[in-house]
Write a protein that binds this ligand. Sequence first.
Ligand code: PSU
Ligand code: MN
Length: 306
Amino acid sequence: MNYEKYLDVKPEVAEALAAGKPVVALESTIISHGMPYPQNVETALNVEKIIRENGAVPATIAIIGGRLKAGLTPEEIEYFGKKGTAIRKASRRDLAVLCARGEDGATTVTTTMMIAHMAGISIFATGGIGGVHRGAETTMDISADLEELAQTPVMVICAGAKSILDLGLTLEYLETKGVPVIGYGTEELPAFYTRRSGFGVDYRVDSPQELAKTFRVSKDLGLRGGMLVTNPIPEEYAMPLETINAAIDQAIAECNAKGIHGKETTPFLLARVAEITGGDSLASNIRLVYNNAALAAKTAAAFCQM
Ligand code: PSU
Ligand code: MN
């Protein structure tokens, strides 16, 4: 392996890692494809601020001009936010091609985990992960995020998964792949916009220290994969179940009618749900990311103490 020659760790991040200080990784597809401009940039910058306020150094991850970046400048975050979906959404299959060609790529949960691991970052905060799509038994649309969780030792802190996915099949897949699904302060899998889904998690954990300890043991045991922490959206920002379900059902119907498939599916559904709910879902989305950033910073701090 010789990945160092393609990797740029931002000096502030490299210094924190060398000193054993807490660092939290963040993804860039949520900026370019997950939210509209300018809220995406504003959110990304606020997330970095929240991580600092909670005692860790943020490292937003992206591919710029073929370089794997662990840590972006505010100008680079602005560039990603403004270019939006014109930047290629980069999953595992895209990494080598984009590096070889010197192109840009927005990192998904998958590639953010990969680059975080290369840089030596263990904890990663985001909004929602990809999973098994509804109808996957015929389309075979299963996010590469699940495979990455199975093979890369990074803890991913999210707000569960949107019910644009088949949550039951997503949990079955994670079980098969040996990925523990942990509820933070809950026994139920949160469904991103809502605190509840009707599906149980594998374990409930109630403190950043316990999360950190569990992940430390996983690393000590040499387990290959990651760990999925699902942190419910704060009650005051959660959406009414009927509103969000109706929007999701409509978005999925439109997606199928238009014949959208492959990597376009998730960005299409996210954007349509936001449009149909008139921006309410965007406000919830932003709040849950802040909530995950704070928990990730505290967990990273606890992890460094162990
Ligand atoms: N789900 C969300 N918000 C997101 C994504 C998923 O609620 O922004 C993004 C993440 O970057 C995730 C990717 O890794 O979409 C999954 O895409 P796909 O389903 O094509 O694997
Ligand atoms: Mn897919």
